[in-house]
Design a protein around this ligand. Structure first.
Ligand SMILES: Nc1ncnc2c1ncn2[C@@H]1O[C@H](COP(=O)(O)OP(=O)(O)OP(=O)(O)O)[C@@H](O)[C@H]1O
Length: 728
């Protein structure tokens, strides 16, 4: 370690003689610019660098973004990282703070690799200002800073003091102004304030001065110069304003994923005889291009993989870069005992509380959306109860009655037909058939002119000719393109006939009845409708998918806006983020379930014969499964459109296969096996058993629903954690 540190601290100066990196202090700022304190760095000569990157490689797919990059940020220095757009500066900073993993090489930040157990990088040792604003729009300035101060564990007194200082120093608007109402430059300054908040020993600032006026820009630099003066704070800063980087103690000029030079700005300019840093940079780029083209002309110099040879890289960087980096290429070994490792993995209540308060504040700021969120499941189940499973109403049916007498049996029979469901339209035979073919009627009821006498004979005589049977029957022609309506019509006609027979025959009614007796049902009711069957599954499905949608969307958006990364760098682990979201969503789900059940049980009178506690528990667990599945989607998918498509793409197959709309028994094998492993199949069955059969947890069909739901919860949570781990 000591050897590594010493190796890293040696630089080859422009004239080729060895120099200690403390020599970096020996530069002058141009007139009119702020000067770095030349005294500052010398106090910390030859200590472990604040950041040391050796042979760092990182690719996105086939694109090599960091290519064997070496970089050293000395302790107590401002390091200006410069380079053209797309050269990999942000990627490098993300690797340094640990939000991106490197493919090769090693990085130490304040003595240890980022995210090493027990190391507070990420954490309160580092203040990170990402390139994206990464601020919560619904927060005020004060909410934003208090949120990060809770994560860093600052006391309320410390927070107040820092808030006052930062608002004054960065010339911010009043603290109760919402972020969404700030200008771009003001937001950027709030983002910088969040990075400076806890006075960290390391500041990593990705373009903090973009969109900031020159006066404030100079003030920011002055502040940076002041805070590094004591030698305890180090800063790495990227900027597009190359000349402002002359105020840095060291600049690193980056191109195509590696450093062309790393030296004090004045020394760099002197070596290239350039009047400005920009000119020096241009010259370096030109000489780098020349070296490259020279090397590309000589086939022997080509590397097998087509990447730039290490020799050529050395050539182009030789005047400036640390040639002793080879000494550091060997990865230093770091160890932590099991207690530190365990503490590192265990979620911190402080962070979970900070994240939960954040969610609550955001909800408070969006009352309309919150009410909608609470009421949505109740609205959905109400719509379902109102629109699905009920009997069709006022179905037009043509009646062709050839009996003319007012006292005929056909008229009596028709009077028993349920008029709310069936709308009878008397007409002639020809009109009726023309009407049904034209789609005006769903059926035709036909009575022959001798219907009454033939019906009596057919019931009372033991043997009658076929002509009597035909003439004594009600004839029904139907449009069967709508099965529900067709079956309802048949059922209504049968019911009307049974009632008619009871009145006409009294105690002799059995003569015209089917020799089948439908006894009282053991469970459920004779008149239970399709709505009753669908409701339990619909409740679970609504709870599950609302949780999926809200979780996936909120996480994907937070990730896209860089908020998740920013919290991570502040020291919040993925597990803490997931737990905090789970707990806050549990509150939302609880309110949703209360309203949902109030509507289902009290307004729509869906029967519940079993334990209300079990009903609520199963719905909550399904909600948790939805949240966990939402986490999987958000962990695996980066943009909201794809996340929406994934959630929607899974919604219908799951609804159809889970036996929510239609019994699982109708699903053909082997699709049935797939249906049985889905999260809502056994759970819906369990909820139906509790609500309609009054069964408890001891019944296999009930506990199986709970067990499968718990199993899916575990699976989704583990899967989300694993995906997050692999994708960092
Ligand atoms: N998540 C990603 N997936 C794929 N490619 C990426 C990703 N992030 C960055 N890149 C690519 O890596 C390269 C370097 O990007 P990076 O943001 O590090 O550049 P930069 O030097 O910070 O640019 P700028 O100064 O414009 O911010 C670019 O070509 C970019 O397109």
């Amino acid at each position: 370690m000591a050897e590594d540190a010493a190796g890293a601290a040696h630089k080859v100066p422009f004239d080729g003689t060895e120099m200690d990196e403390r020599c970096f202090e020996d530069f002058k700022c141009p007139e009119g610019m702020m000067r770095c304190d030349p005294e500052a760095p010398s106090a910390l000569a030859c200590v472990e660098p604040a950041i040391r990157c050796r042979e760092v490689c990182r690719s996105f797919g086939k694109l090599k973004v960091l290519n064997s990059l070496d970089l050293t940020v000395p302790q107590g220095h401002i390091y200006g990282l410069l380079g053209p757009s797309g050269c990999g500066k942000t990627t490098l900073l993300k690797c340094i703070v640990g939000t991106l993993k490197i493919a090769r090489g090693h990085i130490t930040v304040l003595g240890k690799p980022p995210a090493f157990p027990g190391h507070e990088v990420p954490g309160r040792m580092v203040g990170y200002m990402p390139q994206d604003l990464a601020l919560y729009d619904e927060f005020t300035i004060s909410d934003t800073l208090c949120f990060f101060s809770r994560i860093h564990g600052l006391s309320s007194k410390e927070t107040e003091a820092r808030l006052d200082f930062l608002i004054d120093f960065l010339n911010l608007p009043p603290r109760n102004r919402l972020i969404r109402n700030l200008s771009g430059g003001q937001r950027r300054r709030v983002s910088l304030a969040a990075a400076l908040l806890q006075n960290p020993p390391l500041l990593i600032l990705d373009e903090p001065t973009v969109g900031v006026d020159p006066v404030l820009r100079s003030k920011i630099w002055q502040h940076l110069v002041e805070i590094v003066r004591g030698g305890q704070v180090s800063v790495i800063i990227t900027t597009h304003y190359i000349e402002e980087a002359r105020q840095a103690n060291v600049v690193g000029l980056m191109r195509n994923g590696h450093l062309l030079a790393e030296a004090p700005p004045d020394a760099l300019m002197k070596q290239h005889g350039a009047a400005t840093l920009e000119c020096a940079f241009l010259q370096l780029c030109e000489s780098s291009d020349q070296t490259l083209s020279k090397n590309s002309c000589s086939p022997d110099d080509h590397q097998k993989d087509g990447s730039q040879s290490s020799e050529s890289r050395l050539d182009e960087s030789q005047p400036i870069l640390n040639l002793g980096s080879g000494l550091d290429a060997e990865e230093p070994k770091f160890t932590a005992d099991w207690k530190v490792r365990a503490r590192h993995v265990l979620p911190k209540c402080r962070n979970i509380a900070a994240l939960m308060i954040k969610t609550m504040v955001r909800m408070k700021r969006m009352p309309g959306f919150l009410c909608f969120q609470f009421l949505l499941p109740a609205i959905q189940i109400s719509l379902m109860c109102l629109c699905i499973g009920g009997d069709p109403r006022a179905i037009p049916v043509a009646v062709v009655n050839n009996e003319t007498s007012q006292s005929s049996l056909s008229r009596s029979l028709l009077s028993f037909l349920d008029n709310t469901s069936v709308h009878q339209v008397p007409m002639s035979h020809a009109e009726a058939f023309a009407g049904i073919r034209g789609g005006e009627y769903w059926g035709i009821l036909g009575f022959g002119k001798n219907f009454s006498s033939y019906l009596r004979r057919r019931v009372l005589q033991t043997k009658v000719p076929l002509e009597i049977v035909e003439g004594g029957s009600v004839h029904l022609w139907q449009d069967f393109t709508n099965r529900q309506i067709a079956l309802m019509l048949q059922k209504k006609l049968e019911e009307a006939f049974q009632s008619f027979v009871k009145v006409q025959l009294g105690s002799m009614a059995y003569l015209a009845a089917l020799p089948i007796k439908f006894e009282e049902p053991i469970y459920g009711r004779n008149d239970s409708d399709f709505t009753t069957y669908v409701t339990p599954g619909a409740i679970l499905s609504i709870t599950f998918y609302l949780a999926v949608g809200l979780t996936a969307l909120s996480f994907v958006l937070e990730r896209k806006e860089g908020l998740l990364d920013r919290c991570w760098v502040a020291g919040v682990s993925s597990l803490e983020t997931m737990l905090a979201h789970l707990l806050s969503q549990l509150f939302v789900i609880s309110v949703q379930i209360i309203l949902l059940l109030l509507f289902t049980l009290l307004v729509f009178k869906t029967p519940n014969e079993g334990s209300l506690f079990l009903v609520i528990l199963l719905i909550v667990l399904q909600g948790v499964a939805g949240i966990a599945f939402g986490l999987v989607i958000s962990a695996a998918i980066d943009d909201e459109q794809s996340a929406n498509q994934a959630a929607l793409g899974i919604f219908y197959p799951n609804l159809i296969l889970s036996g929510i709309l239609w019994p699982v028994e109708c699903i053909p094998y082997p699709l049935r096996y797939l249906s049985l492993v889905l999260p809502q199949t056994y759970a819906s069955e369990a909820l139906r058993c509790i609500m309609f059969r009054g069964w408890g947890i001891s019944h296999m069909m009930v506990w199986r629903g709970f067990a499968v739901t718990l199993g899916w919860n575990m699976f989704f949570l583990i899967l989300a954690t694993v995906i997050l781990k692999f994708r960092t």
